[in-house]
Design a protein around this ligand. Structure first.
Ligand SMILES: Nc1nc2c(ncn2[C@@H]2O[C@H](COP(=O)(O)OP(=O)(O)OP(=O)(O)O)[C@@H](O)[C@H]2O)c(=O)[nH]1
Ligand SMILES: [Mg+2]
Length: 591
């Protein structure tokens, strides 16, 4: 089915035309019929010549009910714009047109009605010119009469063409049903109605309201009970859950939207505001059936920040209509459309931060690539809740990153690992957690995903080796060095080396690469072990025996003997006699 809202000046014949097209009464209230005035939104439906079903949301034209008009038009994808042939273009014609322009409505049909009272042609010309100038485009026009039925056949065919040209909404899209009516049915509880623009609601679904989760007990579409309904549709949803919903709230897919009370937007001023200077500091923002007071903070150029009095479920690319409720009634009060650029904007504390923000958002678009340039690291669920389908592959798990930011992070990580190695030469490598902290990342897995040769992750540390060291060897060496961190001189036994996959060839490569020190055949220690050993041995009473050295180094004879020989060769120690050695004084600056 399709949904079309009406629009047009008060008393121009919108409800009469809907009645004539559908045979249903859109003005449900006794007061409306008594006064001949639409106050609330009206609903009526018909079948078009093509067989397509079309529901109308009939809006009031009176200036006092502009908020209600916006609630009706907001979620509808197309509009039937009504102008009376005998009265012509009037102030609320203009105001409604400006509102449609601000909302970005692009699909409209012009019905010049009451054609039985005056020649419709001049009015058609004027109205089409206004609509074309406002960005609504070249709308098809029909002269009709809701009273005599003149032109209704052609109007129905034109409505068929209008709805056939509408984009097909996605059945899988997250649900956001802006509530336009709430009532209770004895024995069934609360029922809300609204225009479902896209997505699917099924009986049994769990959805969210501001007050909490609710479950769908029953569904109706054009008075028929259904088990599931896909947008576009007029729906009545019977809910089970806590709290009583209100018009202006939205029934949404949990996690499908970002509930935001602070948004950065790009303004498109409309109507008289187009040449105006700046906006008042307090306005009313309309979206769907919601109307929320907001404070306006200009950031620079067309970019402004809105603080909404109440959080709304929003996506990037949503359009809020801004109007000034306090202005003189005679003026057109709709001021601008505000296209949402960010629903999680950063705080602006520094001087000049607002201007920088405006520059940054100047070219922003509502897609994942653009969003990631602004929020460089987001989970897939966050992207979707902000209204952007992730494109490209995640960098790890469900994390998506801006490519430029990701490669910069890689460089920062390498730098941090090198600095860590320089500052902690005896540690086997930088702990992954320390790297996560240094880079300010939210998830350790991101650090692991950033590690590239010559670095590798082993036992919770980032170990380094030259690029030509094969990754499995680098990992094994990293693990070995991690094991050595508590007892740096307890070189692993042959069995452990074999378990780690470090045979003679792998050990030789690691030694060549400088990531291990060869003490003797099959005995390896971390690089820098000589200096560390000399330091510990220098604390012993001089001269010392192999046994004393073994204890000081907390190792076995198997390691101590060849290590001392290595130190002798390196000039760090020297023999005094058959059983004693001593440390050789070292030049200042160390070895
Ligand atoms: N002669 C004639 N009168 C019409 C026609 N359409 C509407 N009217 C009359 O115009 C008056 C207003 O009609 P409505 O249909 O209530 O107008 P509306 O646009 O719905 O008004 P609001 O909802 O209050 O903005 C009523 O008295 C109708 O009888 C028409 O085609 N011909
Ligand atoms: Mg009416």
């Amino acid at each position: 089915m399709h949904v079309v809202a009406t629009a047009g000046h008060v008393d121009h014949g919108k409800s009469t035309l809907v009645r004539a097209l559908t045979g249903m009464e859109p003005d449900r209230l006794a007061e409306e019929r008594r006064r001949g005035l639409t106050i609330e939104l009206g609903y009526a439906w018909t079948t078009l010549p093509s067989g397509e079903r079309l529901a109308f949301v009939d809006v009031p034209g009176h200036e006092r009910f502009l908020g209600t008009m916006l609630a009706g038009v907001g979620p509808a994808p197309a509009v039937m714009f009504v102008v009376a042939a005998d009265e012509g273009w009037m102030p609320q014609s203009e105001e409604h047109l400006v509102a449609l322009e601000a909302l970005g409505v692009r699909h409209a049909l012009l019905a010049v009605t009451r054609a039985d009272l005056a020649d419709p042609e001049p009015v058609i010309g004027r109205a089409r010119a206004r609509m074309a100038a406002s960005g609504l485009g070249a709308a098809e026009a029909r002269a009709v009469s809701g009273r005599t039925g003149q032109g209704l056949g052609e109007l129905r065919e034109a409505l068929d063409r209008l709805v056939a040209a509408l984009p097909v909404p996605g059945p899988e899209a997250p649900v956001r049903l802006w509530i336009d009516r709430v009532f209770s049915v004895r024995g069934s509880g609360t029922v809300v109605t609204g225009t479902l623009p896209e997505g699917t609601i099924a009986v049994g679904d769990e959805l969210s309201l501001p007050a909490g989760p609710v479950r769908v007990r029953g569904l109706q579409c054009l008075n028929e009970p259904l088990t599931s309904v896909t947008g576009v549709a007029r729906v009545a949803v019977n809910l089970r859950g806590h709290g009583v919903p209100e018009r202006g709230q939205a029934l949404v897919t949990p996690g499908g939207w970002t509930c935001a009370d602070l948004v950065d937007v790009r303004l498109s001023p409309v109507g008289a505001a187009r040449d105006g200077t700046g906006l008042p500091p307090r306005l009313t923002a309309h979206i769907g059936s919601a109307a929320v007071v907001c404070e306006v903070r200009p950031l620079g150029g067309p970019i402004v920040r809105l603080r909404l009095a109440r959080a709304l479920p929003l996506h990037l690319g949503d359009v809020l209509l801004l109007r000034d409720p306090g202005r003189d009634r005679s003026e057109v009060r709709v001021l601008a459309g505000a296209s949402v650029l960010d629903v999680r904007p950063p705080a602006l504390r520094r001087r000049g931060a607002a201007r920088e923000r405006a520059d940054r958002l100047a070219a922003a678009r509502p897609d994942a690539g653009s969003l990631l340039r602004d929020h460089p690291l987001l989970r897939a669920g966050d992207l979707l809740a902000m209204g952007c389908v992730p494109t490209g592959r995640p960098v790890c798990g469900d994390w998506h990153a801006d490519p430029a930011y990701w490669s910069e992070l890689g460089e920062r990580l390498a730098e941090a690992v090198r600095r860590h190695a320089a500052e902690h030469p005896l540690e086997p490598g930088m702990p992954v957690e320390a790297a996560r902290h240094a880079l300010g990342l939210p998830d350790r897995r991101l650090v692991a995903a950033l590690v590239r040769p010559p670095f590798a992750v082993a036992d919770g540390r980032i170990v380094s080796g030259p690029a030509d060291l094969p990754a499995p060897v680098a990992r094994a060496v990293g693990r070995l060095r991690a094991e050595l961190s508590a007892h740096p001189f307890r070189a692993p036994e042959a069995g452990r080396l074999a378990e780690l996959g470090l045979g003679p060839r792998e050990l030789a490569a690691a030694v060549r690469a400088g990531v291990l020190l060869r003490v003797a055949d099959g005995i390896v220690l971390p690089p820098g072990a000589q200096a560390r050993a000399a330091e510990l041995l220098a604390r012993l009473p001089q001269p010392f025996t192999v046994s004393q050295a073994r204890q000081a180094l907390d190792t076995s004879r198997r390691v101590a003997v060849p290590l001392l020989e290595l130190l002798d060769r390196g000039g760090l120690t020297e023999r005094v006699d058959e059983v004693h050695r001593r440390c050789r004084p070292q030049p200042p600056g160390g070895v």
